[in-house]
Design a binder for this molecule. Structure first.
Ligand SMILES: Nc1ncnc2c1ncn2[C@@H]1O[C@H](COP(=O)(O)OP(=O)(O)O)[C@@H](O)[C@H]1O
Ligand SMILES: [Mg+2]
Length: 288
C-alpha cells in the first residue's frame, strides 16, 4: 500500500478546494472523505483504516465536535491527524484555550466562566462593563455578544438561560478589549508563521471575522508579535493553526486559536501560497 494523505471534510469551503488543488499539483495521492458518509467501526483493523484514510489525515471539518470524534478514532488506529486530538481539544473550546494560554503565560483577555445566569451577571460586574459573552464552542462570530451595561446584560443573560442546550449554560465572559477596528490573524505551520494579516471589520460590525465581511490587508510582523504567536501555538501543542491577536492598549492579547483554520481572507492579502505550505507540512509527516 503506497503513501496517501487523507482530507476529511463535512462542508466544501474555498479552503478545501484549494487544498485539493495543491495536493494534485504536487502529485500527492489524496483520499477525500465526507465525514457525513462515514461509519466508523471501532473493531476495524488498522490496515483497513489506513487504506480508507491514508497514513496522515488533514482534518478539516467545520463541526468541531465531529472533527474531535473523528480524530479520536483515527489516532486510536495509529493514524496521524493534523491537528492531533489534544490540540483540537484545546482549541475547539474557548475556555480550554484560555486556560492553556494563561498557563503558558501568554497575554489573553481577562475571562471568567459561570454556570448560571445570576452568577454570570456577577461575573460581568466583577470584570467591569462592557464585556463580551461567547459560546465556548463556536465560530464565525456567531452569538459573540457585547453586554454594554447591567441592564442589557440582564436581558441577554435571561435569553441564554432559556436555551436548553447544555453548552449554553456555560457563560464565558470576557473583558471587552479596547482595540482598533481590526485584529491580526497569523497562520502557523509547525514552527513557522507562514502568513499574518490584519482583519479589518466591515462598517457597522465590531467583530473581525471574515465570515462577517471583514477585509484583510498585509501585516508586517514584529519580533514581539512573532514571539507571542509562537508561544500561543506551543501552549496548545502546535500544528497548523490560526492564531488571532488583538492590539490592546497594553500590547498584544491572543484572543483565540483556530484548529481548522480558514485562510481565504489571509490568502487575498499575501502572496504566500498558504494551501501549498499546509500540504508541504503534511508531506513532512507522511514521509517520516
Ligand atoms: N474580548 C473581546 N474584546 C473585543 N473584541 C472581541 C472580544 N472577543 C471577541 N471579539 C471580537 O469578536 C470576534 C469573534 O470572537 P471570537 O472569540 O473570535 O469567536 P469566533 O470563534 O466566533 O470567531 C473576534 O474576532 C473579535 O473581533
Ligand atoms: Mg474568531
Amino acid at each position: 500500500m503506497g503513501l496517501a494523505l487523507g482530507l476529511l471534510y463535512d462542508r466544501v469551503r474555498w479552503e478545501e478546494k484549494v487544498l485539493v488543488a495543491a495536493a494534485r499539483s504536487r502529485d500527492i495521492p489524496l483520499k477525500i472523505l465526507d465525514a457525513k458518509n462515514l461509519i466508523l467501526r471501532v473493531d476495524a483493523d488498522v490496515e483497513k483504516s489506513e487504506e480508507t484514510f491514508g497514513q496522515v489525515v488533514l482534518q478539516r471539518c467545520v463541526s468541531h465536535v465531529r472533527g474531535l470524534h473523528l480524530t479520536a478514532f483515527l489516532e486510536a488506529d495509529g493514524i496521524e491527524v493534523i491537528n492531533p486530538f489534544r490540540v483540537s481539544e484545546a482549541c475547539s473550546n474557548k475556555f480550554f484555550t484560555t486556560l492553556a494560554l494563561e498557563k503558558a503565560g501568554v497575554p489573553t483577555p481577562r475571562t471568567s466562566i459561570s454556570f448560571d445566569g445570576d452568577s454570570a451577571l456577577r461575573a460581568c460586574n466583577d470584570l467591569g462593563f462592557p464585556v463580551v459573552l461567547k459560546p465556548v464552542i463556536g465560530s464565525w462570530g456567531r452569538l459573540v455578544t457585547r453586554l454594554r451595561d447591567e441592564e442589557s446584560a440582564r436581558d441577554i443573560l435571561g435569553v441564554w438561560q432559556q436555551t436548553n442546550d447544555s453548552y449554553s449554560q456555560i457563560y464565558y465572559i470576557q473583558e471587552m478589549v479596547k482595540r482598533p477596528p481590526r485584529d491580526i490573524r497569523a497562520i502557523v505551520n509547525g514552527d513557522r508563521i507562514i502568513a499574518a494579516v490584519y482583519r479589518n471589520s466591515s462598517p457597522g460590525e465590531w467583530r473581525t471575522n471574515v465570515a462577517r465581511g471583514a477585509t484583510t490587508s498585509p501585516y508586517s510582523m514584529t519580533s514581539e508579535f512573532e514571539e507571542i504567536v509562537h508561544k500561543a501555538a506551543d501552549a496548545v501543542g502546535g500544528g497548523v493553526l490560526g492564531v488571532d491577536v488583538m492590539e490592546s492598549e497594553n500590547g498584544f492579547l491572543v484572543n483565540e486559536i483556530n484548529t481548522t483554520v480558514e485562510f481565504r481572507g489571509a490568502s487575498s492579502a499575501t502572496t504566500v501560497d498558504i494551501p501549498g505550505a499546509i500540504l508541504d507540512y503534511a508531506l513532512t509527516k507522511l514521509k517520516k
